[in-house]
Every structure is written in structure tokens, then in C-alpha cells.
Design a protein around this ligand. Structure first.
Ligand SMILES: Nc1ncnc2c1ncn2[C@@H]1O[C@H](COP(=O)(O)OP(=O)(O)OP(=O)(O)O)[C@@H](O)[C@H]1O
Ligand code: SF4
Ligand SMILES: [Mg+2]
Length: 326
């Protein structure tokens, strides 16, 4: 049996930022030793989840080649992304790997008709010809996939759309190139609740009908549970638990995942959130801990937790980084 090459592999990637100056200068590992891979054989929706500041966007920017890892590397189809984007393969990488960002109003210039972005992408990457009809047809086809008619965008500017509509248009734009991988960083956090699910459903359709893999970055565990095949939970730069979403979110092993899962808001807004962790104020201190980054607030901490970073172990098909299991 032949093994398909990895579509994307994140190989022991670390990113260090130096923050502050003088005596207050600290080296903050925004991402520390992250490793995972998406198979090239079978498309999947892989979620990176975790609360604000845990390193999701830093990791995403390294996957897109926008930021160079301090150590480790990201491979696309077995080739280092940093080489791809600096060499002759840059065009192919940009065509095959598309990004969708949190705020669609920042993706589109308010003074430029939305349609012009679609036509430009179509002309440069999507259409199989440069004629106006062919270019427009490729843009039209991508819009159809997100349930929007070309005539509804024609001549319109970004402010004439709702956040949800504009996010769908930015996904359509990404689809014009025929991508193999979409990296979506908080794509629904500014979208109203009724449209959240439709964007998530779109990712499923893309996976099932177009063989597109999606890396879905979110702090919203409810949509993550709904849409993903696998999930990696991050805390202060570290992947603390990773595996099939049904294992990780139904029976979380890591104390942080357990608390995070229990802090998902009840469907009934009248009920209070349970067990929400207070994160503000201690962020830097957590990042700089010698041992487990969660030891300062972990209800199950052992004496060793403060001293030593736990190794990652495999347990029932799930990778977990916690001394309770070593
Ligand atoms: N360019 C930078 N220089 C210095 N520190 C940075 C830089 N970018 C990110 N950081 C820090 O790295 C940590 C991780 O940030 P990152 O933006 O990756 O988190 P995130 O998980 O995407 O958060 P959010 O959910 O708020 O988007 C944070 O402490 C942040 O302040
Ligand atoms: S390693 Fe220790 S502090 Fe960290 S999550 Fe596990 S039990 Fe808690
Ligand atoms: Mg972010």
C-alpha cells in the first residue's frame, strides 16, 4: 500500500518573540515545539483551538510562509514552505494554499468594488483563459459554491454587505484558485450566529465535494465540535491535546481541555458559563514557566508540574501533554 505524501506537515515548530526592552526584555515562545500533519490522501477539517493569545495566529502565519519559524519547519507536499515562497514555486503555493481571515472588512478595501477582487484572482490564478467571459465564469462558479449570485455582488462595495455575506465572498475568492488547503483564522468570530453554521457547513461541503482540506482556527469549541475531524488544543504556545474531535471534546484528558470544554456556553443564554478560566493579567508569566504552562491554575497539578515540562504521550489515539499520564 502506498502512503500519500503529507499535504502539510508542521515539524517541531517554535516561534520566539522578544518583547519589552532593557531589564524587562523577555523571550516569549508564542509557539513551542508544535508538530502535526495533514494527509495528502484524504481531505480533513483540522481545528486549532485555544483561547486568545495561545499562539494560533502565529502558527497560522508560519504555515502560510508569512513568518519564519525560529526552529523547526513547515512542509507543504514535503517541501519546506520557506523555500517554496522564496523560489519559483511561490505561484503554485499561493494558488493551492488559501487564507481566510477573521475580519472580512479588512480583507477588502472599502473603496474598491468587491467584484474587482474576484475578477483579479480569477484572471491571475483561476480561469483557464484571460478572456473577460472566462474570467467572470470562474468567479461566478466560486460564488455559486457559497450560495451567492454574481449579480448580487456586481458593482457593490464592501459596506453594502453584512459581515457574514462578505466572509462568504472572501471564501469564494479563495475557492477561485482551486485550493487544496484553506487556512481559516477565526472565520466566523465576526459573523452572526445564524450565519456561523452556514460557513461551517460550507467547509464540510468543500471537504466532501471538492476534496479541500481546511485548517479551522477558532476559540469556539461548539463550531469546532460540529465541523472538525481532528482538533489540536493549544495553551500558551503548546499543543496540549490533539486527536479525533469526538475523543478530545467528548472525553478530554488534559485538565485545560476539560476546563475549556466545560466553559462552552450553555445553549440557553439565561444560564451562566461554567468554570470559565480567568486568563487576563497572567499571560506573560504563564508563557515563561519552566514546567507545564498550565501549572499556575491547574486544579490537578503535581509537584513535578512546576519543574518539568511534561512530554507528549499517546493515549487511546490521542496525544496529550500532561504529567498525569506519564
Ligand atoms: N509580532 C509579535 N511580536 C511580539 N509578540 C507577538 C507577536 N505576535 C504575537 N505575539 C504574542 O504571541 C502570543 C500569541 O499570539 P497569537 O496572535 O498567535 O495568539 P492567538 O491565539 O492567535 O490569539 P487570538 O485568539 O487573540 O487571535 C501572544 O502573547 C502575542 O502577544
Ligand atoms: S502537567 Fe500538571 S499542571 Fe500541567 S496540566 Fe497536567 S497536571 Fe496540570
Ligand atoms: Mg489570532
Amino acid at each position: 500500500m502506498s502512503i500519500a505524501p503529507k499535504l502539510l506537515a508542521v515539524d517541531n515548530v517554535t516561534k520566539v518573540f522578544t518583547i519589552g526592552g532593557g531589564f524587562h526584555r523577555v523571550r516569549l515562545k508564542a509557539v513551542e515545539g508544535a508538530s502535526f500533519a495533514l494527509s495528502g490522501g484524504q481531505p480533513e477539517i483540522f481545528t486549532l483551538a485555544g483561547e486568545s493569545g495561545c499562539g494560533k495566529t502565529t502558527l497560522a502565519r508560519m504555515m502560510l510562509g508569512l513568518l519564519e519559524p525560529t526552529s523547526g519547519q513547515v512542509l507543504y507536499n514535503e517541501a519546506p514552505v520557506q523555500q517554496l515562497i522564496k523560489g519559483g514555486e511561490r505561484g503554485r503555493f499561493n494558488k493551492e494554499v488559501q487564507a481566510v481571515f477573521q475580519n472580512p472588512f479588512e480583507t477588502f478595501n472599502p473603496l474598491r468594488p468587491v467584484e474587482s477582487y474576484l475578477l483579479e484572482t480569477s484572471r491571475n490564478y483561476g480561469a483557464k483563459g484571460k478572456g473577460n467571459g472566462t474570467v467572470r465564469a470562474a468567479a461566478d462558479e466560486a460564488l455559486q459554491l457559497v450560495g451567492i449570485d454574481y449579480k448580487d455582488v456586481e458593482g457593490k462595495y464592501p459596506h453594502e454587505f453584512s459581515g457574514g455575506q462578505l466572509q462568504r465572498i472572501s471564501i469564494a475568492r479563495a475557492l477561485i484558485t482551486g485550493p487544496k488547503l484553506i487556512l481559516a483564522d477565526e472565520p466566523v468570530s465576526m459573523v452572526d450566529a445564524s450565519l456561523k453554521m452556514s460557513v461551517c457547513n460550507l467547509f464540510r461541503v468543500l471537504k466532501e465535494e471538492r476534496q479541500v482540506s481546511v485548517i479551522y482556527i477558532t476559540h469556539d469549541l461548539a463550531t469546532a465540535y460540529y465541523v472538525s475531524d481532528r482538533i489540536a488544543v493549544m495553551f500558551r504556545g503548546n499543543i496540549v491535546e490533539m486527536g479525533p474531535v469526538n475523543s478530545v471534546l467528548v472525553e478530554p484528558k488534559h485538565p485545560y481541555t476539560q476546563i475549556l470544554r466545560d466553559s462552552v456556553p450553555e445553549p440557553d443564554p439565561a444560564r451562566k458559563w461554567r468554570g470559565r478560566i480567568k486568563l487576563s493579567g497572567f499571560e506573560e508569566r504563564d508563557f515563561l514557566r519552566k514546567g507545564c504552562k498550565f501549572s499556575g491554575r491547574c486544579p490537578k497539578a503535581l509537584p513535578i508540574c512546576d519543574e518539568e515540562m511534561p512530554p507528549t504521550v499517546r493515549l487511546d489515539g490521542v496525544l496529550v501533554r500532561c504529567h498525569l499520564y506519564t
